[in-house]
Write a protein that binds this ligand. Sequence first.
Ligand code: IMP
Ligand code: MG
Length: 185
Amino acid sequence: MSSMYDDLGEVLFSEEKIAEIVKNMGERISKDYEGKNLLLVSVLKGSLMFMADLMRQITIPCSIDFLSVSSYGSGTSTTGEVRILKDLDASLEGKDVLVVEDILDSGVTLSYLLKNLSARKPNSIRLCTFLDKPERRRVNVHADYIGASIPDEFIVGYGLDYAEKYRNLPFVAVLKPEVYTHEKE
Ligand code: IMP
Ligand code: MG
């Protein structure tokens, strides 16, 4: 078997568990946005799989768009600086925007993004994150939909990477700390 699996510790969310969580989120969102002009905004690249699964569990009409922001490089904690690397295709005016994120960690990225997108005059803007690490929060960010909360461990899989690797794992697992050099925060 490939060495990718040797780098993993505990599996936190199996494919089956992920499917169950995402289905519930899709049902809630479908109810809450009935009759609205729902636009799902995926934050690349981490939310790729979550976005693809979530939109298939949403039973009301919706459109999608993508953006990408600068991230950690190859590290495991945020530098505090956020830049938009790829912007949305379309205007947000009159849209009920739901930002779709893989994980809410320090909150620095989302805080910046929500402020930036709010200025584009959407009808409403809310946040949906698959995972939340509440212990790590440095900036106050409110998530309206949270798939699951996890302890302060670095995890990979289901779109989440370390140095651009492990995104293709269909489940979420803890990355063994010996795989990355520990950085001081
Ligand atoms: P924040 O600005 O610190 O909230 O960073 C959020 C981003 O950091 C996420 O979109 C992920 O790309 C990345 N991130 C945070 N925690 C993890 C993790 O445990 N594994 C992989 N990526 C993570
Ligand atoms: Mg990342």
